[in-house]
Design a protein around this ligand. Sequence first.
Ligand code: SD4
Length: 332
Amino acid sequence: SEKYPLVVSTWPFLDAVRAAWRAVDGGSSAVEAVVEGCSACEELMCDGTVGPGGSPDENGETTIDAMVMDGSTMEVGAVAAMRYVKDGIRAANLVMRHTKHTMLVGEKASEFAISMGLPGPTNLSSPESVEKWSKWKTNGCLPNFRKNVVPQNGCGPYHPKDFLLTAELEEGTCPGGDMLGSLSSISSHVDVKNHDTISMAVIDQMGKIAVGTSTNGATFKIPGRVGDGPIAGSSAYADTEVGACGATGDGDIMMRFLPCYQVVESMRLGMEPELAAMDAISRIARKYPDFVGAIFAVNKEGVHAGACHGWTFQYSIRTSAMKDVEVFKVFP
Ligand code: SD4
């Protein structure tokens, strides 16, 4: 048919889309193509925010969030804050195909992935991530993601403000001193360059739909932080009867709204992809006017659209009507 196969992805991750296209055009299932596409991005370390070598946490470590969803069976596999294994999407796929669970986390996710044959343990740091982190350490470790805290000295440990005020009363000293004033003004500042998850949707030759995501998250996140990447309905969602959605941006905010679930459900009720995408984004923006994020929506007819807030967004598409990947720009 002319409507599918089809591959959509956040950002101009051209080689990832090409890898997924080769798979699906050659007869692979939507799930297989999503895995090939996201895996290509992990290997290329797309933008430094997919695969290893990006987004060091406060301890300097890179961890990985990834998810795959089969929109025909509604099965999901996900890994969250996975350490020492770089193949996020393949690990997620192993969870989906070889367990009855939906998500594994942290070091246990790594152990599972390695036991199922993925390479590891591997150091996920790169010279770039180490340098970024050392600079941050040298410059006083101003946290990106903490609020209402004071560092005990310089780089932490950080304590809740109230905790310290109590300690001050008890001991008659004032730990933290004037850092209290300066730190409280740094809320959850997010660097726009931090945010380039791959979120991909594929419609295969049978018309079946799958989605996948992979990211190393957010720079200087608190160790243990899990973003929207592995959360079905947030970073991506698929239903073969309706269509699919993929998201990118400030996952800490977006995962409070399940925007991709919202998009697919709106399309199920008859909304066009463009309106569904805009509605999902504006629900978030109404509560968080400063949030940065974007989504693409595609229905089962292959009609697609994007919406964004706080930045200009681009998504990539490949269909049989195109000679190569085409990139669409979306403005807030
Ligand atoms: C996260 N959503 O972990 C991811 C980052 C991202 O585009 O999307 N970047 O918050």
